[in-house]
Write a new protein. Structure first.
Length: 671
């Protein structure tokens, strides 16, 4: 899932760079509209399409991946005889490392889907609000258009076939131009474009280029509508441009609507006065096709890969050399050995070729008649087979050759239990981990009938025994499979930990949740602190605990905001505050300038625009003592900074209201 999401983000980002570089200044607004919509669709569908094997740049990797087998025998980079861990410990460490990576990916997915839910909820709320306003307010039916009168200082906008406008704010000519403008939006179904862009943002909320993509799409729709407006005989260009400046508002309207966003006014007026693009420049659009083809060749799955993946099952029937057939993941059934005796154990390293190494530790008592100071033979026998050694020991060090002989009866006994292990190299792995038929029978007795050979190896290496399985079940965890037992054991999740989590108030104690909690080092105390700090929140959810931990939100962080009066922060607010690095120190900057009880929405806007208490002080030093934070946000967004205000004052523009400088910036910035 993660590769698909990132691949989609990469395609969307590349298309945005292509659009910004070559297309955004073109006046082919209709064509740009289809490019923007088409690229959104392609970004989500292209990763799903297989391509011919011969066109893929991944074919070599695909073939390489099909040759390797899932045998967790590990190698070391040198042939020197060193103190090495037993194969069980190596497998445990490998399992932990792999599982930590899996848990990290799972944590990322939790965070991703949490964001998806937040933005989906925001999308639905906007749609509900707009539909409610459209149906609950009085409206004038103008053909297929519904004109809905609104109150207050809100900018006009349209949604589906509804036009929201306050007629008392505008002169008759401006009012008619607004209506005509919004009717064009509705006739050309621009709401569909905006809805699609919002859906993209739901699934690409983490991608800053997706937000830029929506902005580019909205801008092009306004260019397209302005162009259509100027084609009307009743609309004069200069009059229309002045109307735009009158209507422009610094508020942040609902993103599902077409609107008069102040930040777009400058671009729109510039584009209206730009020279029309020459038809000969349409060659630029054709470069998008090879760009997408290149992405497909680089990243898409080859069509033949799925067929190649089954080639392992036929390897025994191939004419490959014996050495290749008997060697997998750095260990062979024949080769050289090097050993060191340490008290009651023998640390042994197996070597085949220059780079093929594997090591394990055995009990000294398992060997018979170790040859001392002279060449000899000795063996080590386990249920899976017998390892025949030739060589000698001088003191505590020894070396020689080995050959593994598989026990075919062991294969038959496993087959009777439903586990197929036919290859000698597989049986050798079972030998190294010391898998026994009694262990398989125990697992079947515990209800695990579908046992895979690749599950047995880490289970045996981790010593997942009957007592451990019983302890987990007795702790109240009923539904878990063999794959769950591996991370449960490797993370040292036991009955005591389960009871600790349950006593902390965690509601949904399952194997998956326990694994997620333990991998994030979340214990009962952390959960209790989370419950106490989140007391009073109606949106409290077990899943938020993992998100809080990943963002390092603790009781101290929550209490620091409560001390400032933020007692009813939702979990979503807390995560947003943390992710934006909004601290109590940051809030106190504004309290020193006279602003208290700042809403979280304003805090988010202030921080995202990098507005500080020092900036507020600069505005007040210029004579604006009764500033609303919304005024500062709007001024900073359009670029009406204290430096700009000061420069305008020096030129003789002395206004008492900051909004006048905002309007002035919109006009001055055009020139």
């Amino acid at each position: 899932m993660i590769p698909y999401i990132l691949y989609t983000a990469l395609i969307l980002s590349a298309c945005l760079f292509f659009y910004k570089l070559l297309l955004q200044k073109e006046t082919f607004f209709h064509l740009n509209r289809f490019v923007l919509l088409g690229c959104m669709i392609v970004a989500f569908t292209l990763p799903l399409l297989p391509i011919p094997q011969e066109l893929s740049f991944r074919k070599e990797n695909a073939v390489t991946n099909t040759v390797s087998a899932k045998i967790p025998v590990h190698t070391k980079p040198t042939a020197e005889v060193k103190k090495s861990a037993p194969v069980q410990e190596v497998l445990v460490e490998e399992t932990k490392q792999n599982f930590n990576i899996d848990m990290l990916m799972q944590g990322v997915m939790y965070l991703y889907w949490f964001g998806v839910m937040i933005f989906a909820f925001n999308f639905l709320m906007q749609a509900v609000i707009l539909l409610y306003r459209a149906r609950s307010s009085s409206a004038i039916q103008d053909g297929k258009f519904r004109i809905i009168e609104i109150n207050g200082d809100k900018a006009p906008c349209s949604f589906v076939n509804n036009i929201f406008i306050n007629p008392e704010k505008y002169e008759w000519e401006t009012y008619n131009q607004i209506l005509l403008h919004e009717k064009i939006h509705i006739e050309q179904k621009h709401t569909v474009d905006l809805l699609l862009a919002e859906l993209v943002l739901i699934f690409q909320w983490f991608n800053p280029f997706a937000w830029q993509w929506r902005k580019a799409l909205e801008t092009n729709l306004e260019f397209l509508t302005d162009d259509k407006m100027l084609q009307q005989n009743t609309v004069e260009k200069q009059s229309y441009q002045f109307s735009l400046l009158k209507v422009a508002a610094p508020q942040f309207p609902l993103s599902l609507t077409t609107n008069y966003n102040q930040s777009l006014i400058k671009k729109r007026i510039i584009m209206m006065n730009s020279k029309k693009s020459n038809v000969h420049t349409t060659w630029k659009y054709f470069f998008l096709v090879p760009l997408l083809v290149l992405f497909a060749c680089l990243f898409n799955q080859p069509a033949a890969q799925s067929q190649t993946l089954s080639s392992n099952d036929k390897s025994e029937k191939s004419n490959e050399p014996k050495e290749q057939a008997n060697t997998q993941n750095g260990m062979d059934t024949e080769g050289s050995w090097f050993a060191t005796i340490e008290e009651n154990t023998v640390n042994m390293q197996f070597k085949n070729g220059e780079k093929s190494n594997s090591s394990s530790t055995f009990q000294l008592s398992e060997f018979n008649n170790l040859p001392r100071d002279k060449q000899g033979e000795f063996t080590l026998t386990r249920e899976a087979g017998t390892m025949h050694f030739t060589g000698k020991f001088e003191g505590k060090n020894g070396m020689g050759t080995y050959k593994f002989v598989a026990n075919k009866n062991f294969s038959k006994e496993l087959a009777e239990q439903g586990v197929t292990v036919a290859k000698d190299i597989d049986l050798m792995v079972f030998f190294m981990v010391n898998v026994k038929t009694s262990y398989v029978k125990m697992l079947k007795k515990k209800g695990y009938s579908d046992i895979d050979k690749d599950d047995l190896i880490p289970l045996a290496a981790l010593d997942v025994n009957e007592d451990y399985i019983n302890s987990i079940k007795q702790a109240g965890i009923k539904d878990f499979d063999l794959e769950d037992l591996i991370p449960l054991k490797s993370l040292n999740i036991d009955a005591a930990f389960i009871e600790e989590i349950r006593n902390s108030g965690y509601k949904n104690v399952t194997a998956d949740n326990l694994i997620a909690l333990k991998s994030q080092n979340i214990n009962g105390k952390y959960i209790s602190d989370f419950r106490n700090s989140s007391k009073g929140n109606t949106d409290n959810d077990d899943e938020d605990i993992v998100a809080f931990k990943s963002l390092d939100i603790d009781k101290e962080f929550v209490d620091s905001f409560k001390e400032l009066g933020y007692n009813d922060l939702s979990n979503g607010d807390l995560m947003a505050l943390k992710s934006l690095n909004i601290t109590p120190k940051y809030i106190l900057e504004f309290e020193k300038t006279g602003y208290k009880n700042i809403s979280t929405d304003n805090l988010f806007a202030l921080k995202s625009l990098n507005i500080t208490g020092d900036l507020i002080k600069q505005y007040k030093d210029l004579g604006f003592n009764d500033l609303d934070l919304e005024d500062v946000i709007g001024a900073k967004a359009i670029g009406a900074t204290p430096a700009f205000v000061k420069s305008m004052k020096e030129k003789g523009h002395n206004f008492k209201n900051l909004e006048k400088y905002v309007e002035l910036k919109a006009i001055v910035g055009i020139n």
